[in-house]
Every structure is written in C-alpha cells, then in structure tokens.
Design a binder for this molecule. Sequence first.
Ligand code: CA
Length: 229
Amino acid sequence: MSVDRPRVLVVEDEAPQREVLSYNLEAEGFEVVKAVTGDDALLLVEEGLPDIIVLDWMLPGVSGIEVCRQLKSRTDTRNVPIIMLSARAEEIDKVRGLETGADDYVVKPYSVVELMARVRTQLRRTRPSTVGMRLEYEDIVLDAETHKVYRNDKPLKLGPTEFRLLSTFMEKPGRVWSREQLLDRVWGRDIYVDTRTVDVHIGRLRKALCQHGGGDPVRTVRGAGYALG
Ligand code: CA
C-alpha cells in the first residue's frame, strides 16, 4: 500500500521541470501528485491533503504566491509545508517580504539533490515516520527505517496496518484522531473502508502493544476518536 510514502504535490507549469522533479521524487520513494496551474493545485489539495507542496511562483492564472497565501491562511491546510520555487533570487526576496508563510524558498535553477534534502528536512518536522526516523513515546520505540517496534526494549509483533496506526499516533502523541482522519492517513482516501474497521485494528494494536505486559497507552475519546496518551 502506498500510504506509508509521503505524498508530494508538485506545482509547476513547465513540463520538463515538472517531470524531472517528479521523476526524482518518485525515485526517492515519494508518491507524487502533479499540478500545472494554481487552480489545479487548490483542487488537488481539496481531494487529499499532501504531506508537502513544492510550488512554483510563476504559474498561469492563480500565482504560486496566492496559492501559498490561501493555504497558509486556512486551519486545515496551514501545517502542510510549502517549498516555494522562483526563477531569481530577487523574486525570493520579494516573496519573503510578502509574508506568504512559505516554509522554505529555492532559487531556480536548483540542484535536485539539494531540493530533495530540503523536502526531507520539512518532512522530518511534520511527518517524521515517512522519512525513516526513530520515534519514541514513553517506553515505546518505533524505528521507521527498519519497521520495528519495541516496548521496554522488547521487540513487538505488529501487522502492517497496526504499524501505520502506531506511527501516526507517535508522530503526535496526545492528539485525538477521528476514525475518518485515521482512515485517510492509514488506509488512504482511495480505498473504501468502514469506520468500524478502525476499531478492529485499534483493538489489535492495543493487544500488540501489551504483548509483553505494560498498560494500554491508547486512549478512547468518546465521540471523538483515539489518541496515544
Ligand atoms: Ca513557472
């Protein structure tokens, strides 16, 4: 399943640049969604929240700056990191001055290697499990690189769905996730799964986390969903 992979939205009107960038991101293991215009980009964000956006400034129609400004002013989209691309350094200075809220800026022509590094830097902050980081919560350790989970230094047996549920929880301990949010994050939007399936896998995760003893760290929040801690 592709939902482990970070979803990158590439917004670039120039086809060769869009393709080179997408090719390299896919080679790095990212899922790439492509948009040619600012309007396309805004529509695609409605269809499914990307983990990060690489956004060209100069686009036909709605400009990259405007897309950035709109997404950063909305509570549901403001936490998605945006890396802004621009043709000249002076333009970047101007974008910074406009306070669009972009998280990073890259001047064209850029080195693809450097851009990849910047994408990973942003994801380390917002989606650490997708870039192979080690997450810790109390006595639980999740190693996203090796896909192993330990509690109290003892390895835990965990199914792939339970692993994704746990990595989602461990990225933001304490955050309450609704069943719909968990479906979107863990199963993906394209697949129809009943919300009761979430409850089934939460049950399995709880069992797996307690297989060597220890308390149940997953909290049921009535009428809202689930949280870790
Ligand atoms: Ca352009």
